[in-house]
Structures are given as C-alpha cells and as structure tokens.
Design a protein around this ligand. Sequence first.
Ligand code: ADP
Ligand code: TZD
Ligand code: MG
Length: 579
Amino acid sequence: MASVPAETLRDSEATQDQRELTDGFNLIIDALKLNGIKTIYGVPGIPITDFGRMAQAEGIRVIAFRHEQHAGNAAAIAGYLTKQPGICLTVSAPGFLNGLTALANATTNCFPMILISGSSEREIVDLQQGDYEEMDQLAIAKPLCKAAFRVLHAEDIGVGVARAIRAAVSGRPGGVYLDLPAKLFGQVMDAEEGKNSLIKVIDPAPAQIPSAESVERALELLKSAERPLIILGKGAAYAQADDDIRALIEKTGIPFLPMSMAKGILPDTHAQCAGAARSLALKESDVVMLIGARLNWLLSQGKGKAWGGKKQFIQIDIEPREMDSNVEIAAPVVGDIGSCVAALLEGVTADAHSPSAEWVDAVKTKKETNIAKMAPRLANDNHPMDFHGALGALRTVIKERPDAILVNEGANTLDLARGIIDMYNPRKRLDVGTWGVMGIGMGFSVAAAIETGQPVLAIEGDSAFGFSGMEIETICRYNLPVCVVVFNNGGIYRGTDVNERNSDPAWTTFVSESRYDKMIEAFGGIGVNATTPEELKQAVDAAMDSGKPTLINAAINPAAGSESGRIGNLNPQSKLQKK
Ligand code: ADP
Ligand code: TZD
Ligand code: MG
C-alpha cells in the first residue's frame, strides 16, 4: 500500500509517534487497484494533476486525452468490452461537463463506467461564493446517471469507490458519478486504518437467475410459434454468454437478427442469420425472442408497419422495468443473459422448438436475393468512389482480419457500413449506439486498442470524425494500432448543398476536397489519400500489418449520400419551405 511517511508532512500534520500515514490521493489509488482497475482515461488539471501522476507511478495506466468527452467515451467502451467499470477522470466544472455527455451516453447504452471528477470546496460552492470552477456537480450529474456519490472524508474513500463499482456493473449496467472535492485528496489519516477502510467488492455483478415459471412460459410460447425470430442486442454481446447463445440458436434452428453492436456474436455469414432479410423477418415473424435488446426506436418500438401484424414477444433482460415498456411482453424472462440462456438451453429441443420449414426457406430465399442484388454494387469501381465501392473494399479487410475491432460513426457512412460489413466475432463492432451520437470515434478507438490489444479500424464520416478528430494526437502519442478511414464526401450526408441566399456555404457542407490525411502527419502518423477501392484496401492492409497510427482520406463522391442516411424518415420537414 502506498503511504506517506509522517516526517515528509508539515510539522503540524506529522504525528509525534511517527506513525505511517496515508492520504486521499493514495487511498483512492489503493481502492481502485484493490478492485482491479488497471486503466484511467482522463484530462489533467486542478485538482487531479498530481493524482494522475501518482496513479501512473503506482502502475495504473493513465491515458491522457485532449478533451474529456473522448476520455469518457473511452471509459464507457472499456466497460462494455471488459464488464469492469471504465474510469474517466476529469477536473471540476467545465471538465466535468465535458465528461458528462459520455456518462449520459454510457447510461443510455447500459455501459458500466465511473466518471470521477475533482470538484471545488463544498463550503464555497454551497454558499455560491465564487470558487475556482465552482459548480454543484453532484446535483447536475444525478439525473444523467444510474447513481451519484460524493466522498468528503478520507476514511470514506473505500466505501465510495465500492459503491460506485457496484452501482456501475450490477443489474442493468450504466454510468456512475463520483464527486471528489479538492480537499479530500490531501486529507491525511493513519495508514493502517486507511488500509482497513478499503473494500474489495465481492461479486459485483451477481448472477440473476430467472424464475423457473418464466423460463417455462417462454419455452411454451416458443413451442407454439410457426415463424419464430430471435433478436440479439448489445446486452447479449455485453453478457459474454457467446457459446450458450450460439448453442440455443443452433439447437432450435431459429433465424436470428443481430442489432448493430450484436453483430458477430454469431457470424453474419451464419446460415441462420436473417440480417439481409431484416424487413421480412420483422414483418412476418409470429413470436419474437429479444435477448438483450430494447424495443426502442431502433426496432420501431415493437409496433407499426415494420412489424406487420400482431406478434408475441419473449424478452430476456436483467431490468424488470424494461418489460411492457412499448408493447405487451407475453413471456418476460428477467435475469442475466448468461443464466437465462442457460436455463432456456436446458429446456429446448429441436423437435418442439424449431421453426417451420417454410419460414426458414422464406428467410433464406429473401436473404439470398438481397445479397445477390448487393454484390455488384460492392464490387463497383466508380470514380470518384461511392460508399458501396469503398465499403466493399473494407468488407474484405474485416473478412480477412476478423479479430480487428471496427469502430463506426456517421450517417451514410454508418448505416451503409452496418449493413455491408459482415462481422465474425463478438464485441468487434462498436458504434453510435442507442442515441446515434456523433463523437464516439476516437475515444472508442483508443480504448478498444488499449483494452484488447487488437488492431482497430475506425470508419468515420467526415462530419463524425470532426467531433473527436484531435484525438489522433492521442493515438499517435500512445502509438496505438488504429487505422482511421475518413469517408470524405465534403459534408453532412452530402457535400453538394448550396446556400442560395449569400456567399456563406450551405450549413451541411465542409471545405471541399479536404485532405484529412495530412492532419495525422503533424503528429508523426501515416497519412494516405485513397481515391479508389483498391487504393483504400491497400492502405488499410498496410496500416493493419504495420500497426502504425494511420489516417486514410477516402475521397467519396460528394453527391453519393442521402439525407440522414437510412433514417431520413425521422427528419421533420416544413410543408411551407420554398424549394
Ligand atoms: P440494442 O441497441 O443492441 O438493441 P439495447 O441497448 O437497446 O440493445 O438493449 C440492451 C439491453 O440489455 C438493456 O435493456 C439491458 O438492460 C440489457 N442487459 C445488459 N446487460 C445484460 C445482462 N448481463 N443480462 C441481461 N440483460 C442485460
Ligand atoms: N451532434 C451529435 C452529438 N450527434 C448527432 N447525431 C448529430 C449532431 C447529428 N448528426 C447525425 O445524426 S449524423 C451527422 C450529424 C451531424 C453527421 C453525418 O455526416 P457524416 O456522414 O459526414 O459523418 P455521411 O457519410 O456524410 O452521411
Ligand atoms: Mg460526410
């Protein structure tokens, strides 16, 4: 345990008997280490600069970013990938607020993370007397996360850290805020007492076994189905119950549909994958089993045209209140996915729970037709490149390197890549998630490389990239095996909009024919300009082989995209607008 010998303290603080002392700095570090925290993502400044230095000296990996939002996104995805809370460390008020978007996004996506922020002195904040970076951070964080705690006394650090860890990973995972006022860091206490005050969290995310009745009910409903469908969500990927999920699907022969980040739990090329027959699968199915997926906007709230007639739903989720949030759930199975799927697996038989042959055939035929229709578009060599040509090349990269992690954001760049690029392994596709938030790109890429050691391919719209682009310096500084491909179509959705009114550019466009590749050269990384699918593939392969930080500017036809990618229907439009 790190501790401060009493003689190094000021006389007034040193005790007569030269006992070993410790302080807030050391206790926080010890509490994190005791609980297996190996990495902190953050941005330094008052009051946490020394804390970061000391954590680094104590063997914690401290990854410094250029903006807290990206450190927060890194922590969030680290939590998703490891099932341990990712830690983001920020300074007070503005740094805290910068990190808060990531904390809220983590909570929305059920990623476990802890935002630890230094804060100003309580006495001054509460009397609003104008402290340096004064803000009542705890109050602001509370509605945006699962739980929020403040520690005022060194002897409570152990409890505070333990509560934060438990809150982040137990039940439905999410974001937790931990407020550490500046004075806490320097508080001194007896080292032995300090050590005894720390808590190693035992069984932080206990198994939650589903009731036998709920499993039975689900099996009965599945038995009655003619046209069953299993939808896998990112909760299923998070749960790391890959083998049992695969066994359940293969034993029953039921077609499955992966949500974006659930792609690869079973390969997209699996015979039962209904990804390429999504519309038909949703519309025509009669019983749908959701595993770690919510019936939110990404699934049209479980109703309406996309779903065709009435369905019956089985939903497996750890959060009981998720049930019936949009439509009736006929068979709720509440528990952790590992336990629920294991219980179902015991009860299913190929005879009783298999779909009808007509259903399997219908899905297969539709899927094969759609894949055949897409194939020539992916092989196109149009000049300038379009999305399909470029993504056709990157699809092959992932096929040849199934262990690589794919980070993806943008509008067309996101929606088309999601459909086109097959995934082969679980937790390899990281993207904008439940909110469709721009800005996760570089933060996710950094953490993916650090937490897994695997190469990362980040496919970024040019707008999307701009939200976190400065972090390419972070990627170069830590020499991470990240290859960023910027799909440069000169704007948001397209680069062709024109403002008829004055000389200002249309607000969806950027400087045309920009060269994003030159940005990374400023930091010693490798920049490449690619104008054909072949050049693109070569450059990505070289980057992945070398593991060197690389940014490829993929020049895409500015006219190629469509408004809002695939979700243009959500865009309100004025009927009075002059055309
Ligand atoms: P997607 O966007 O892929 O459809 P969602 O984020 O909407 O996925 O849904 C994930 C769901 O998974 C959440 O409702 C969450 O409560 C649930 N979940 C997360 N982890 C587990 C787990 N270990 N066991 C059971 N459910 C889980
Ligand atoms: N701000 C944030 C934080 N999240 C958002 N989703 C948006 C703004 C709105 N938005 C989208 O939904 S996609 C997008 C924005 C700004 C960028 C699309 O442009 P792109 O992709 O260049 O990244 P394409 O390939 O040109 O469509
Ligand atoms: Mg664009």
